[in-house]
Design a protein around this ligand. Sequence first.
Ligand code: HAM
Length: 416
Amino acid sequence: MIQPIRGTRDILPIETARWQFLEQAVRRVFHQYDYGELRTPIFEKTELFARAVGETTDIVEKEMYVFADRGGESLALRPEGTASVVRSFLNNGFERQLPFKAYYIGPMFRYERPQKGRYRQFHQAGAEMFGPEGPLADAEILAMIVRFLEEVGLAGTLTLEINSLGCPECRPAYREKLIAALEAKEPELCGNCQNRLHRNPLRVLDCKNESCKEIAHDAPHMLDHLCETCDSHFTGLKSHLDTLGLKYVVNPMMVRGLDYYTRTAFEVTTDALGAQSAVAAGGRYDGLVTEMGGKNPVPAIGFAMGLERLALLLEQQEIGAAPVDIYLAAVGDEAAQSFGLKAAEAFRAAGLRVAMGLQGGSMKAQMKKAGKSGARYSVVIGEEEAQNAQVTLKDMEQREQWTLSIEEAVARMKSA
Ligand code: HAM
């Protein structure tokens, strides 16, 4: 038997109900905030991600699936969605139609060490907004994330963490200060952090190594070194969140693993998934459009959520998609079966979800299946019922039942 590729998995029919529930909530809620769906290719020129995500990030250095196509061009499976959205934004001239708001749902690929909640092919639902510069946009995005989490029943279990990563005005001076502070402790840093100390020093701040954590704790933090504009942007964001009554925690150690961020960075975290704590993450990237070749700077902000992680949380909390409305069991001769099928079709035509016991079996066996299906109602048809053109509709919760014609049963179900 051929096995699937390490870090990939089949999402089975029993799980897809949860996935569809999540995806439908994404579409419904993002639509309410005036986002339209953008579908970009799954592979792009390697250079796109190298430039957008950053040459010195783990994603670009170690995690991208890169290959040469038959023409010799270097291509990569997308490790994230923002780079492609920015490329599409520029290719299609959306700078002339600001604000531009787009969302996406789809697979991403990273060569990471697989574990619970971390895969090599995983799925994100994300959104990007181009144009607005002020903190009102940041607050709107966070409100949308929280509304989505409320709709799927997860808001209460998650924490929203925010930070500011400064801008090209204030970050270089801070970076120098941070390097100086870290150099003094260099021998105590882990090998990985010693390596990135000069190339990507901010990443040392969120290293999981205990000794690095201690050093990071005492190191200078960006929040204490923001320029006036960044500082008032962050204060503005906090005040909008307070007005909306959205709870958040300021985490000065959160730095994010992609280089394009400026000012606001945020993560929605949980402690229910072991080491993989972020279920959604994002931030502002005001410099990326010009970096990727845009003539004029266009401020932007966005985020992405990990659908595997959200699906795991739903499963843990036993939040699932709704069961079928009716389990229909037709027992007896062919005429009874055929009448049963006709009844099932009538319920479906009325918009109801029906599972019919197509594999037959005794009445007892079928009633067991009806119970397992989670349906509140069952419809039972035996030979006698079929001859009288009637069905027995049962409310399995209230333990009531009625013998009705198909039309009467449909009408009762529609008003139930
Ligand atoms: P990210 O933090 O790299 O950001 O990924 C966002 C989310 O995707 C994570 O919080 C996590 O839930 C999920 N995720 C990432 N890697 C994996 C994996 N290997 N397995 C399962 N889930 C994973 C971005 O990708 C940015 N593009 C977000 C963004 C959009 N920033 C601005 N706009």
